[in-house]
Design a protein around this ligand. Structure first.
Ligand code: CA
Length: 231
């Protein structure tokens, strides 16, 4: 039997929170709701949630602050929900570490579909040790258990930082990572000059796993934001 997934819904508009909760419970998710960003952080620390739905406009902390704080503490998937529609807000939502982004009004069905898709991806993360990711008919292979990468059939010597960087990006093709997020994932901390460090890691990685490092096929630049793995 499938294990029950726990979802935290952070939304101060009561009606919207109720609708989301009803839809998710119909899909057998265990749902907690809160209207407060501060309470969301407390709940997230103790609740062991599989995913968080986060409204951008909250009465106490902003959704951005909550998202950034959650990201500092964990990898829990976050879907941002907002009434703002500007494209730069969307980029910002992803920039601060949200996994996905929905603009109000959205259909609850759309939200459920996005949640299912994200949980499918993160679930496979837990089967970590046996993990082998390959792209383009095994042209690029990442063998996690062996800590090995092969490109065009040849083993590629990556530094531990390059390996972590590649794995982080390749696990979620299409997901945009900011340099800040990447440095935290790759080196476990941030410091001044981290942007250039990540750029250097990416440059070195491209030399090793791209047929044409100047026109990358796998590790793509997202201008003004960071990097993503090609879908
Ligand atoms: Ca709100």
């Amino acid at each position: 039997m499938a294990e029950v997934r726990k979802i935290l819904v952070v939304e101060d508009e009561k009606k919207i929170a109720e609708v989301i909760k009803a839809y998710l419970e119909r899909e057998d998710y265990l749902v907690t709701t809160t209207a407060s960003g501060a309470e969301a952080l407390t709940l997230a620390d103790s609740g062991n949630y599989d995913l968080i739905v986060l409204d951008l406009m909250l009465p106490d902390l902003s959704g951005e602050e909550v998202c950034a704080e959650l990201r500092r503490r964990s990898d829990v998937p976050i879907i941002m929900v907002t009434a703002r529609t500007a494209e730069d807000e969307k980029v910002h939502g992803l920039n601060i570490g949200a996994d996905d982004y929905l603009t109000k009004p959205f259909s609850p069905r759309e939200l459920v579909a996005r949640i299912k898709s994200i949980l499918r991806r993160t679930h496979s993360d837990t089967e970590f040790l046996a993990e082998k990711i390959d792209f383009d008919g095994e042209r690029l292979v990442i063998d996690v258990a062996r800590h090995e990468v092969r490109f065009d059939g040849e083993p590629v010597a990556l530094t531990p930082h390059e390996f972590k960087l590649l794995l982080t990006l390749a696990r979620h093709p299409g997901r945009v990572y900011s340099r800040y997020e990447l440095i935290n994932k790759v080196q476990g901390y941030d410091y001044e000059g981290y942007e250039r460090t990540i750029d250097a890691h990416v440059k070195n990685l491209r030399q090793k796993i791209e047929a044409d490092p100047k026109n990358p096929h796998y590790v793509l630049t997202v201008f003004g934001v960071g990097y993503k793995f090609a879908t």
